[in-house]
Design a protein around this ligand. Structure first.
Ligand code: ADP
Ligand code: ZN
Length: 224
């Protein structure tokens, strides 16, 4: 990545707030690159890399993977040339240490944060949202047992694939642990970005399309 004008968006919010859903839409609509540390870690677990082996049990318990592992994985991804189009950080940073490391990483590349968007939701609703969700194994399109079934059960609306997958950590018990980790370790970053003057808050209890419009307005206002 090269210029201070390259968009760098951070999506903050608890599990279930819609970070992944919105990041995927931004990727399609604005050509930005979604960087989900959760997806990267799940890929490492699936491949059985040393990082994946270390992360697996931690993720299944709903706790945070060490900064060291997460930073190594993110840094490697950020070095890929496609990131020059601009990035959406989804699920990163999640700790003070990660936020500090990100400052350095961006400074080294002559980049700055365009906006840190806090997706504001209530916790109790998140348990229901997360425990019923699943996605297409092929294209990643998201579905939900109660809120969003595909038009034909078991077939992806978007790509027609018939294999769906659920995350090992998307169950009510683990979600509560993830919410605790969010409030203890990640929520304090909202004040950090507010103090830097880059924070924007969005009501993410609203419908997906409304959140998407609100996010579009934030980006339209601050990016380019
Ligand atoms: P969600 O936001 O719904 O919890 P993610 O896919 O972002 O889902 O993360 C899933 C799990 O991956 C987290 O509970 C945590 O164990 C691990 N993880 C993802 N990103 C980070 C990060 N930046 N730092 C530490 N752990 C992370
Ligand atoms: Zn699909």
């Amino acid at each position: 990545m090269t210029s201070a004008e390259t968009p760098v968006l951070i999506l903050l919010g608890p599990p279930g707030a819609g970070k992944g859903t919105q990041a995927r839409m931004l990727e399609e609509e604005q050509g930005l690159v979604q960087l989900s540390t959760g997806d990267m870690l799940r890929a490492a677990v699936a491949q059985g890399t040393p990082a994946g082996l270390a992360a697996k049990a931690v993720m299944e318990a709903g706790a945070l993977v060490s900064d060291e592992i997460v930073l190594a994985i993110l840094q490697e991804r950020m070095a890929q040339p496609d990131c020059a189009r601009g990035i959406i950080l989804d699920g990163f940073p999640r700790t003070d240490g990660q936020a500090a490391a990100l400052e350095q990483l961006l400074a080294d590349q002559g980049l700055r944060i365009t906006a840190a968007v806090s997706l504001e939701v209530d916790d109790e609703a998140m348990v229901g949202r997360v425990s019923g969700r699943y996605s297409c194994a092929k294209c990643g399109e998201g579905y939900h047992d109660s809120f969003r079934q595909p038009a034909h059960a078991g077939t992806c609306d978007k790509c027609g694939a018939s294999e769906m997958k659920r995350r090992a950590d998307d169950n009510a018990t683990t979600v509560r642990e993830r919410l605790k980790a969010y409030h203890a370790q990640t929520a304090p970053l909202i004040a950090f970005y507010e103090a830097k003057g880059v924070l924007q808050r969005i009501d993410a209890m609203a419908a997906i399309d409304e959140v998407r419009s609100a996010l579009g307005r934030v980006i339209g206002r601050v990016a380019v």
